[in-house]
Design a protein around this ligand. Structure first.
Ligand code: GLN
Length: 316
């Protein structure tokens, strides 16, 4: 637990970092989903929420953005809770792919490498409430997010959903490729599964809400604010392990080495970082680096670990 004084000091440092990086223009907004490139590229927000529910935000923290790949850990956690570890991993591996997040590739067993890349997240979707109708399946994902976020306002961006669906050739290709390899559980409806994935990527929130979700992960799966359990600690442990090794696309190895914390990024320009038992941090800035991670978000995290001993192995 952090004292109030330490927390204030931490927040002041975040404000300094924000001021320092605010005018940086490096990186490019994602454009392969047309709707994503319509955002103001200069938006920049940092939010933090501790496991005991204290919050701080700076910058454009009310600006909404869609979750994109940041929803993948939640999809994986839902698949795990419903199906159990061994069933889920009959269909998804747990190794970093060493490839782009949407690379048309599967592991030696014909399965997606891990749940943090597109193929793996599509596979997670196939295991979420598979017997229910599409509306109930989508609501189930929304409910989990609401609970993690202490019922803050999480919405759905229909324009992004349509834009995403219209330009989803690669995700369709991944779906057919996996079906060809009989990777899906029996009787999976591929189109419903892909639709659920597109919808999940189009869920919208802001950095303040995302930090609360990250804090609930840091709090072993119980909401950091109201303490209600959403995911079992075991589920969160598995999820964080894969966020640690695979959460930052093709930068995941370097990230684990230099930042040493579980995190997940999305092409909309958000990332969230989980500091177990301490806090969740969310950063939003849409300009991306060559790996597809938010340029400023990576910078913020580098500066945080320079000053604070939050790297997983800092205690050594
Ligand atoms: N919806 C995006 C896609 O499927 C998610 C990718 C991402 O954020 N990396 O391509």
């Amino acid at each position: 637990m952090i004292s109030d004084e330490k927390f204030q000091e931490f927040c002041a440092y975040l404000s300094d970092i924000h001021a320092n990086l605010k005018s940086d223009q490096q990186g490019k907004v994602a454009s392969y989903i047309p709707e994503l490139k319509k955002v103001d590229p200069n938006q920049f927000a940092i939010s933090v929420c501790t496991v005991d529910g204290r919050k701080f935000s700076i910058g454009d923290y009310k600006s909404r953005f869609c979750m994109q790949s940041m929803v993948k850990p939640v999809l994986y956690a839902l698949a795990l809770e419903e199906n159990g570890l061994s069933h889920v991993h009959k269909h998804i591996g747990r190794e970093p792919s060493g490839k782009n997040f949407n690379e048309l590739t599967l592991n030696d067993e014909g399965l997606p490498h891990n749940p943090m890349i597109n193929a793996g997240a599509i596979m997670s979707c196939s295991m979420i409430k598979r017997k229910s109708n599409p509306a109930d399946r989508f609501n189930h994902i929304m409910q989990a997010l609401y609970k993690l976020a202490d019922s803050q306002k999480i919405t759905f961006n229909n324009a992004v959903y349509n834009s995403e669906k219209e330009t989803a050739d690669r995700n369709y290709a991944l779906g057919y490729f996996m079906r060809e390899h009989q990777a899906f559980p029996k009787n999976t409806d591929l189109h419903r599964t892909l639709n659920l994935y597109f919808q999940a990527c189009s869920i919208e929130l802001n950095s303040e809400i995302l930090a609360t979700i990250a804090a609930s992960f840091a709090n072993s799966g119980s909401c950091a604010v109201n303490k209600q359990e959403v995911f079992k600690p075991e589920t969160v442990k598995n999820c964080l392990s894969l966020m640690y090794s695979c959460g930052m696309y093709d930068y995941s190895g370097e990230w684990a080495f230099s930042i040493g914390l579980p995190a997940k990024s999305g092409v909309s320009g958000g990332i969230y970082v989980v500091v177990p038992d301490l806090m969740g941090i969310a950063i939003y800035s849409p300009r991306l680096d060559k790996h597809g991670n938010s340029f400023k978000a990576i910078e913020v995290c580098k500066r945080l670990v320079e000053r604070y001993s939050i790297h997983n192995y800092d205690s050594i």
